[in-house]
Write a protein that binds this ligand. Structure first.
Ligand SMILES: NC(=O)c1ccc[n+]([C@@H]2O[C@H](COP(=O)([O-])OP(=O)(O)OC[C@H]3O[C@@H](n4cnc5c(N)ncnc54)[C@H](OP(=O)(O)O)[C@@H]3O)[C@@H](O)[C@H]2O)c1
Length: 165
């Protein structure tokens, strides 16, 4: 089975999305740079709404889009699946696979994941989609990088890698 990694960025009030896109107006450069570094060469799994986000994240290695609809027309490099479980079955021979959102996939994957890459933006943002509450005692923090406000990080934030104990 592939190692399952969740990668997400949430605000202080746990918002991950608002009106189909991120809670903050633009992707945060330091957060995207970290995401690109850790997920390079790894396949990604996302919900249909995250696929439709104008700031969509994707992998050159391949992407699975979870949807209950029949025959979605997807861009090249994206394959439709009916569930997270189906995507995990298709990627079982990979070393690591990334679940990149949104909420319902995080809810399901938080119980299964080996690694959790979590960016905590230390401000409150309006949101309609949230990162689930989870038992943090099930994980140990491998690293936590603090960012002060800069061009790369317009908000104070911390990027953590947590590994299931
Ligand atoms: N900050 C972050 O790290 C981050 C990451 C990702 C997304 N986001 C944000 O989160 C929002 C989107 O997230 P979301 O939670 O609303 O939607 P989502 O999880 O991206 O997509 C939901 C859709 O996925 C499909 N789906 C999910 N679970 C399924 C299941 N078990 N079986 C079949 N289909 C399933 C359904 O598609 P159908 O309706 O087609 O059946 C469902 O409507 C956006 O605002 C986006 O910007 C933020």
């Amino acid at each position: 089975m592939a190692k399952i990694s969740i990668i997400a960025a949430m605000s202080q009030n746990r918002a991950i999305g608002n009106q189909g896109s991120l809670p903050w107006p633009e992707p945060i450069p330091a957060d995207w740079e970290h995401l690109e570094k850790v997920s390079k060469g790894k396949k990604m799994i996302m919900g249909r709404k995250s696929y439709e986000d104008k700031h969509r994240v994707s992998s050159k290695a391949g992407n699975y889009v979870v949807s209950s609809q029949s025959n979605l027309e997807l861009d090249e490099g994206f394959q439709q699946v009916g569930s997270l479980k189906e995507a995990l079955e298709l990627t079982r021979k990979q070393k690591e696979v990334f679940v990149i959102g949104g909420n319902s996939l995080f809810e399901e994957a938080i119980l299964l994941c080996d690694n959790l890459y979590l960016t905590e933006v230390q401000e409150n943002f309006e949101g309609d989609t949230f990162f689930p509450e989870f038992d943090s005692s099930a994980f140990k923090t491998e690293y936590a990088i603090n960012f002060a406000v800069s061009d790369e990080s317009p908000y104070p934030m911390v990027i953590k890698k947590m590994v299931r104990v």
